[in-house]
Write a protein that binds this ligand. Structure first.
Ligand SMILES: Nc1ncnc2c1ncn2[C@@H]1O[C@H](COP(=O)(O)OP(=O)(O)OP(=O)(O)O)[C@@H](O)[C@H]1O
Ligand SMILES: [Mg+2]
Length: 344
């Protein structure tokens, strides 16, 4: 119960950190005030009661018994890659006896809402490891001198406490590089992290996630022992997720077709909204789902719809040529869309 309340507080704080990051260019003072306030209340992140407070680094949230919110549905290749990691850790004694070790560093990349965070949680539950999450965006947002210290402390923590260390929003590293004057200190921070990924051999599994793989240098990407690409959602994947949430098969198939390519989190959110609507307006769930889906799908014009798909593919690291081919539109349209997206 206590952990639940702390979990909510941590989620709230991470969201607030994200908000601070989003408003940074529009209102730097407000963003700085928000970040400072949140950093000062870092005790909220200390969930692991077995570790003395003094040892728990700032901004790290540790869940001793992580759980997954929904049963994940992965594309086959993703499922195979994740199962490979679980298999290696479960046979770690055999590997160690042969002078080998299980995969220790993994990069998860792909568009938003397709299950990267879910995968980290799922791995932690399968491996029965505590889940220690550090949002790099929030960390990089804090005063740079402190960022280095925080990251070093987090890495030391994971070197001494077996856990799944989840470095979320890993691309924040690359983003900060381009818009900061304090290049020397930043380089040091980046190097500390890169060296850690390179030489990771403690008791913990290090998992990093990004939805901007293209922002990361190839030098960074190839330091990871495994790199798992999460593709855009397919209609079949969405319909399976909807079915697992109690949506009748025919409706799930039809919605899957209409929602394909979107974040899977859109589909799960849709089900929750429809359930509430059904209860509050006293109509059958299936009807509420149809109404809510129609409203959400119509909220976007066909052009907006195309642009959000172009943006998602671009974020996933695809070139304009690849996007044009994938969506069967002209290269010029893609370039124009990307211009509008970056200017908005
Ligand atoms: N593959 C999946 N199977 C089932 N549900 C999923 C899947 N992917 C996403 N979801 C649903 O969407 C929610 C959000 O997914 P998640 O946070 O893992 O996305 P993400 O890839 O980490 O996105 P972001 O890049 O924005 O962090 C999950 O909690 C779950 O409800
Ligand atoms: Mg995530």
């Amino acid at each position: 119960m206590q952990e639940g309340a702390h979990g909510q507080a941590t989620r709230f704080r991470l969201r607030a950190m994200r908000l601070a990051q989003m408003i940074r260019s529009a209102d730097p003072d407000l963003a700085a005030a928000l970040s400072t306030g949140l950093t000062e209340h870092s005790s909220l992140t200390r969930l692991d009661s077995s570790v003395p407070l003094a040892e728990m680094p700032d901004l790290l949230s540790v869940e001793s018994l992580p759980s997954i919110p929904t049963a994940p549905i992965w594309p086959k290749r993703v499922a195979n890659d994740l199962l490979q990691i679980v298999g290696e850790w479960q046979s770690q004694d055999t590997l160690l006896a042969a002078g080998l070790h299980p995969i220790k560093t993994v990069l998860l990349h792909g568009p938003p809402g397709v299950g990267k965070t879910l995968a980290a949680r799922w791995l932690a539950t399968k491996l029965k490891m505590p889940l220690a999450t550090l949002s790099l965006a929030a960390t990089m947002n804090s005063y740079l001198g402190k960022t280095g210290q925080n990251i070093t402390k987090v890495l030391d923590y994971a070197r001494t406490h077996p856990c799944l260390l989840f470095l979320d929003e890993f691309d924040a590293l690359a983003k900060r590089r381009s818009d900061d004057q304090d290049v020397g200190e930043l380089k040091r921070v980046v190097n500390v992290l890169l060296q850690a990924v390179d030489q990771w051999n403690g008791p913990s599994l290090l998992v990093a996630a990004t939805n901007h793989e293209s922002l990361l240098d190839t030098a960074i990407v190839r330091r990871f022992e495994a790199s798992i690409g999460f593709p855009l959602s397919t209609g079949q994947q969405i319909s399976q997720v909807l079915k697992s949430q109690g949506v009748p098969t025919t409706q799930a198939t039809s919605l899957g077709r209409r929602l394909q390519g979107r974040p899977i989190s859109d589909a799960t959110r849709l089900v929750i909204s429809a359930r509430k609507r059904a209860v509050l307006t006293d109509i059958p769930f299936e009807a509420a789902l149809e109404l809510t889906a129609a409203e959400q799908l119509h909220a976007q014009t066909p052009v907006e719809n195309r642009r959000s798909t172009v943006a998602a593919l671009h974020d996933a690291g695809k070139s304009a040529h690849q996007i044009a081919k994938e969506l069967d539109i002209s290269h010029t349209t893609v370039l124009r869309d990307l211009k509008v997206i970056t200017e908005s």
